[in-house]
Design a protein around this ligand. Structure first.
Ligand code: NDP
Ligand code: 8X3
Length: 252
């Protein structure tokens, strides 16, 4: 059987680019996301383009019982996951702490932190049994610094940063690599989701500069995954040339 990559948040942006990149390298894929129609189309296209096998898991990573169920009920050979890309995540809102929406906070914490943990617990268990695997956590520049009004989103990505370090320590005896990839501004659906469908406001985030595209991040992930067995890249911060920090950017 081919190698297997499990990618969460595969229907859009960085996750979709990863799915294409791993399929192009001959990996079979387990793709996790909530939007069934997008996942169906994507799986069909990747299968036609690359001839790889694909398992679609229509699931919300926040739903612990369901995530456990859909992963547990995968056929045995699909549990030989070589690479887990913990990518599903989002930001909701951009407000000072006293004005933030507590439902948005719950959504971010539940998705970016707890959802990542639920998936990792199950999949790292399979990897520990095989003494083999590579976990890629998608962090952010927001996990390395804090910017105005980023409060809770930044906190979730700082939590991912701590979890990546913790996983690397705990999984060391089991020969499992842990890498964190931290992007700066990548033009995906991210800002549309952050601003709850306000496409004009989302577009303005990237006005006058060239942001990263999702494929830039997928390329970096593939670089990391394709290093020799004795090499692990712990942490990578990838910014557009026009972005120096979370907030300092050069616009035309
Ligand atoms: P997109 O909004 O384009 O993609 C997010 C993906 O996550 C979608 O496929 C979405 O699928 C999935 N997703 C969201 N919530 C859930 C959930 N509860 N359960 C399952 N899947 C979920 O954004 P990006 O590709 O930009 O974001 C990917 C990751 O990269 C996130 O972790 C984000 O924080 C991080 N990041 C993004 C940056 C950027 O500038 N774009 C910069 C730094 C980090 P569906 O809706 O179908 O469930
Ligand atoms: C997403 C990028 O700049 O909004 O993590 O934090 S940013």
């Amino acid at each position: 059987m081919a190698k297997i990559a499990l990618i969460t948040g595969a229907t859009s942006g960085i996750g979709a680019a990863c799915a294409d990149t791993f399929a192009a390298q001959g990996y079979d894929l387990i793709l996790v996301a909530r939007r069934e129609n997008l996942l169906d189309t994507q799986a069909q296209q990747l299968n036609e383009k690359y001839g790889v096998k694909i398992k679609k898991l229509i699931a919300d990573v926040r739903d612990k019982e369901n995530i456990n169920y859909v992963l547990d009920t995968l056929p045995g050979e699909w549990k030989n996951v070589d690479v887990l890309v913990n990518n599903a995540g989002l930001s909701q809102g951009l407000d000072p702490i006293d004005k933030g929406d507590t439902n948005d906070w719950d959504t971010m914490i539940d998705t970016n932190v707890k959802g990542l943990l639920y998936v990792t617990k199950v999949v790292s268990g399979w990897m520990v049994e095989r003494k083999h695997g590579h976990i890629i956590n998608i962090g952010s520049i927001a996990g390395k610094e804090v910017y105005p009004n980023g409060n809770v989103y930044c906190a979730t990505k700082h939590a991912v940063d701590a979890l990546s370090k913790g996983m690397r320590i705990d999984l060391l005896p089991h020969n499992i690599k842990v890498t964190q990839i931290n992007p700066g501004m990548v033009e995906t659906e991210f800002s549309i989701v952050r601003f709850k469908g306000d496409e004009n406001r989302a577009k303005k985030v990237y006005d006058g500069l060239e942001p990263l595209i999702a494929q830039d991040i997928a390329d970096a992930i593939w670089y990391v995954v394709s290093r020799p067995a004795h090499v692990n890249i712990n942490d990578m911060l990838i910014m557009p040339t026009a972005q120096a920090t979370g907030t300092i950017v050069k616009r035309d």
